[in-house]
Design a protein around this ligand. Structure first.
Ligand SMILES: C[S@@+](CC[C@H](N)C(=O)[O-])C[C@H]1O[C@@H](n2cnc3c(N)ncnc32)[C@H](O)[C@@H]1O
Length: 209
């Protein structure tokens, strides 16, 4: 196919922040946890792929989070989602004049982030986008492993800081990202700086190992 196909507009709010952030930071080595149809990774390729050589790692189970399962708030056919991801990134790569090394890690983020660490990629990435599972225990694991993979001076962004699953019994803190991001930021406060202007997202810069 020659066209990208996206069925959600989740990336719109992120785009407004990245329009300013990415040209300033010019990250070369990027890690994304949670790629879905590739909206965020396609944006990165198209925004930076004519200026710098990119190495992008995408981690996703392509089986969805709890919200994508039957009966969930964002129920999706994940086989089609993965096919659209493959198509969309191929279309975007063709727009880049510089090389784009796209590495796809299919599976759970805790396993693949630990594997990246074990393969020698500690402090390797310039920019990490955490947008995978929105369950607090998973977000906490992504944050801690991601921080180890981030270089000093690099940025880690979390999507859906204030997201809550619509549940019959109301909001459940443990089934949302905020409590995990808050715990991570508090515990690592001497090694990072919170960046302003994230809106529904949360941005930190790594100051120390
Ligand atoms: C909100 S979507 C990502 C959206 C994408 N970043 C964008 O902007 O279009 C979340 C993705 O995380 C994946 N996911 C959920 N839990 C995961 C886990 N534990 N490990 C890896 N991927 C996971 C889902 O399969 C889904 O594709």
């Amino acid at each position: 196919m020659t066209e990208k196909i996206f069925t959600t507009n989740w990336f719109t709010a992120t785009k407004n922040i990245w329009d300013n952030l990415l040209p300033k930071e010019k990250p070369k080595r990027i890690l994304e946890v949670g790629s879905y149809e590739g909206a965020s990774v396609c944006y990165i390729i198209e925004k930076l792929g004519n200026d710098i050589d990119l190495e992008i790692h995408c981690v996703d189970t392509w089986s969805g989070g709890i919200e994508h399962q039957p009966g969930g708030s964002a129920q999706s056919d994940m086989v089609s989602v993965e096919a659209r991801f493959q198509n969309n990134v191929e279309v975007s790569k063709k727009t880049a004049s510089r090389p784009v090394d796209l590495v796809i890690h299919k599976g759970y983020s805790d396993f693949h982030l630990a594997k990246l660490l074990a393969s020698g990629k500690a402090e390797y990435f310039d920019f990490i986008y955490i947008d995978g599972s929105h369950q607090a225990p998973d977000v906490l694991a992504d944050a801690i492993l991601g921080f180890k993979l981030l270089r000093v001076g690099g940025i880690m962004a979390f999507d859906d800081y204030l997201w809550f699953e619509p549940l019959p019994y109301g909001q459940d803190l443990v089934r949302s990202p905020k409590i995990a991001i808050d715990a991570f930021v508090n515990i690592f406060c001497r090694k990072l700086r919170v960046m302003p202007g994230g809106g529904q997202q949360f941005y930190i810069r790594k100051l120390a190992t």
